[in-house]
Ligand binder design. Structure first.
Ligand code: SIN
Length: 478
């Protein structure tokens, strides 16, 4: 089955919350029309929340083994639909098809992992100083979860948030990015096919998220907000959630440094920096934004990186040979242009690339002559742009890497074990890749410090966001 098979699309549409108005979707590949989806507002948000509240009351009473069984079937169906899901994702947001296939596998891994983790939710008994008392700390599902997910990983960011929530016994309402609702709807379709209760995983599509969010953030029944997106929006949601005291998991912007030390094997370091920087065309919150190379190897490293970047194949993301597809939309492309124009005006040198192509495509670019005041040194470019800077020694490398309000991911390449430990421990970031440009995986914690957010997704830590800890004291004096 292909992604745009009418039967598959019909079923996908049926899995979303309906609304009288719809909005059209076009592909960033060539502007072709893909589908239209419901444009939900306040009315739909209220009805969805009522359903989710009822769904939660039933789902939380199921056993972990029952939830795990549904999730295992959901995982198997996701794996079985890998090709159609990957094609849908590529059509929606332009990710090269080989990467989309990788993302379906990555996204499915969260479902499998949390299906298993559901059975490992465990409380504790606590010793009492009184012989007639027994003290327990138990964990219970928190309630209805509102998940706002981004377009850059339209399957994996959904499953990374909702698989632990569903495993814990929560009900989820997903508001996918307006660019990529189809991937979320496809996941909801497969959830239903797996026997998952529809009201426990609902998808509210909306062109403008504000009316929907106004209802859900203002309602006490929504107990958790989980969001991936910009720091600016994250701060706003944090403030809005205070009045109803929601628990928050916010995965926000990053500005990842990559430190390449002089003992790094150049070919391997170039390969990892390329994987880190140009994954998803640079549209990843853990992509490196600042590549710092030790002075003694800077010329050789820069030459090799520029040659590798010049050889990247840009083109139709449905072609398996393509490495860089289109940017997601006009705003994404405009930000790349703004950063490159600003860097050029402040004296940066373009070693390769630097120009927009037709449509939403842009040349992969390597820049040197970077100055601290350039915009790309403060904001995520979210595109295929690699700025190279140099550093003198380890102390300077740590200082410049930490010199950012963001703290999501950081990377280093070294062959020296002492340095690897020392630098990894000194970096003020939630994720550190040592000789590893793509560290994300279902069983590990994902999240940032400082302005990059609060809370963790992934691993056994990820499920804690959706569990309340309750203390129960038994007096046995009867
Ligand atoms: C993201 O950019 O939000 C996800 C990246 C990843 O999972 O590695």
């Amino acid at each position: 089955m292909t992604a745009l098979d009418p039967t598959f699309l019909d079923r996908i549409h049926g899995a979303g919350v309906a609304a009288p108005v719809r909005f059209p979707l076009t592909s960033p590949i060539d502007g072709r029309s893909l589908a239209s989806v419901a444009d939900c507002g306040e009315t739909e948000a209220r009805a969805t929340l009522d359903l989710a509240t009822g769904g939660f009351e039933r789902w939380k009473r199921t056993t972990a083994y029952e939830r795990a069984a549904v999730m295992k079937r959901w995982h198997a169906l996701t794996v079985a639909h890998e090709a159609a899901l990957a094609e849908l994702m590529t059509l929606e947001m332009g990710k090269p098809i080989t990467e989309s296939i990788g993302e379906v596998k990555y996204g499915a891994a969260f479902v499998e992992w949390y299906a298993e983790e559901a059975k490992r939710i465990a409380g504790e008994t606590i010793e009492s100083q009184f012989g007639h008392k027994r003290l327990l700390a138990i964990k219970q599902a928190t309630g209805v979860v509102y998940a706002i997910t981004p377009w850059n990983f339209p399957i994996a960011t959904v499953t990374r948030k909702i698989a632990p929530a569903l495993a814990a016994g929560c009900a989820v309402i997903v508001k996918p990015a307006e660019q990529t609702p189809l991937s979320a709807l496809a996941l909801a379709t497969l959830w239903r096919d797996a026997g998952g209760p529809p009201e426990v995983f609902q998808v509210l599509t909306a062109l403008d998220p504000r009316p929907v969010s106004a209802v859900l953030l203002g309602d006490l029944r929504v107990r958790v907000l989980t969001f991936t997106g910009s720091t600016q929006v994250g701060v706003h949601l944090y403030e809005r959630s205070a009045k109803t005291m929601k628990r928050l998991a916010l995965e926000l912007g990053g500005h990842a440094p990559y430190l390449v030390f002089e003992d790094a094997p150049l070919d391997k370091a170039v390969r990892e920096v390329m994987a880190c920087k140009f994954r998803n065309g640079g549209q990843t919150c853990v992509c490196t934004n600042r590549i710092y190379v030790q002075e003694s190897i800077a010329a050789a490293f820069t030459e090799r990186l520029a040659a590798a970047v010049a050889a990247l194949k840009v083109g139709d993301p449905l072609d398996p040979a393509t490495q860089i597809g289109p940017m997601v939309d006009q705003a994404g492309l405009a930000k790349i242009r703004e950063h490159l124009d600003d860097a050029a005006a402040l004296g940066a040198t373009v070693l390769t690339g630097g120009r927009p192509l037709t449509g939403l495509y842009h040349q992969p670019t390597v820049l040197t002559g970077i100055r601290p005041e350039m915009k790309l040194m403060h904001e995520e470019t979210f595109g295929p742009v690699a700025p190279i800077l140099t550093f003198h020694d380890e102390a300077e490398a740590i200082r410049v890497a930490n010199g950012s309000p963001f703290g999501l991911a950081a990377y280093l390449w070294t062959a020296d074990l002492r340095r690897a430990f020392h630098v990894a421990e000194s970096l003020e970031f939630g994720i550190v890749g040592v000789n590893d440009g793509v560290p994300s995986t279902a069983q590990a914690p994902f999240g940032g410090v400082k302005m990059s957010g609060v809370g963790r997704e992934g691993g056994h830590w990820g499920i804690d966001e959706f569990l309340d800890l309750k203390y129960v004291s038994f007096g046995l004096q009867v």
